[in-house]
Design a protein around this ligand. Structure first.
Ligand code: FES
Length: 267
């Protein structure tokens, strides 16, 4: 479906916020689902890539999707050059969404780097769904340094409490987000708390170790490389532990990108 770029601006070093106007028939993405984008004008396959949804809204006769992204290669570099009015093909929404528990008392978000994008969309969904109920939304957000804490004001507005962690100590706790969460993990109880995470693979691996002794539910969003986005190319394979303790293969684009952290084979 063709969309038109409304704005595409750098909000901190190497991080961009892209806003695209879409036809009103575009289906509302559920938190955790992703869209595939392609530059309509150049038809460059490098621009066919998945992005988590950062924000989505519809008004009378249009829909608007916002994508928060970091320039990490040729595809995102080309994307960063799009200007207002440029056309962009946006397909989706695709993939398995997060399971949301409307009666949750405490929801914990753990994110590293650009993993803040889908977590923010999920957190705002929880905030809207909870209405007047005082659900406690807690976020642990890690980045290399303070200036890379992209979207920090928005997540602070949504959540009751945000723990900031930076590798260099330039803001908040000095160290990894999993180290900070590890100090608090025993204060979260299965049954009343639910965890959602998005970030780099080492963060997930560490989180799975922390949760080995604490059976809190934890869903993670794995941002794997994807080519087709619809289950056809096998380019996004994730290894799972199946019921017999054997390895099973899943496709992140259709079986995920959301998985139970305990189902993943971390190697
Ligand atoms: Fe092609 Fe998942 S991206 S199978």
């Amino acid at each position: 479906m063709n969309g038109a770029v409304i704005k595409n601006r750098e909000i901190c070093a190497g991080h961009f916020l892209l806003s695209v106007k879409l036809p009103e028939s575009f289906k509302t993405p559920m938190p955790g689902q992703f869209v595939m984008t392609r530059d309509t004008g150049r038809n460059d396959p490098l621009l066919g890539r998945p992005f988590s949804v950062y924000h989505f809204e519809r008004s009378e006769n249009k829909a608007t999707v916002e994508i928060l992204y970091k320039v990490v290669g040729k595809g995102t570099l080309l994307l960063s050059r799009l200007r207002e009015g440029d056309l962009l093909e946006v397909l989706g929404p695709y993939g398995r969404a997060f399971d949301v528990f409307p009666e949750a008392e405490r929801v914990v978000f753990i994110c590293g780097g650009i993993g803040i994008a889908p977590i923010t969309y999920l957190a705002s969904h929880y905030r809207k769904r909870s209405g007047a109920r005082n659900v406690k939304l807690v976020c642990y957000y890690g980045a290399s340094e303070a200036e890379n804490l992209v979207g920090i004001e928005k997540i602070k507005d949504i959540c009751s409490k945000v723990f900031i962690c930076t590798d260099d100590g330039s803001e908040g706790y000095q160290g990894l987000v999993t180290e900070k969460f590890g100090e608090d993990v025993s204060s979260y109880e299965p049954g009343t708390s639910n965890i959602y995470a998005c970030g780099p693979r080492p963060m997930f691996k560490q989180l799975s170790k922390l949760l080995a002794v604490n059976p809190i539910s934890c869903q993670i969003l794995m941002e794997e490389r994807m080519a087709c986005g619809v289950g056809a190319c096998l380019g996004c394979t994730v290894l799972l532990n199946d019921a017999e303790g054997q390895r099973a293969r899943a496709r992140a684009c259709i079986d995920g990108p959301v998985f139970n952290i305990r189902d993943i084979h971390w190697g």
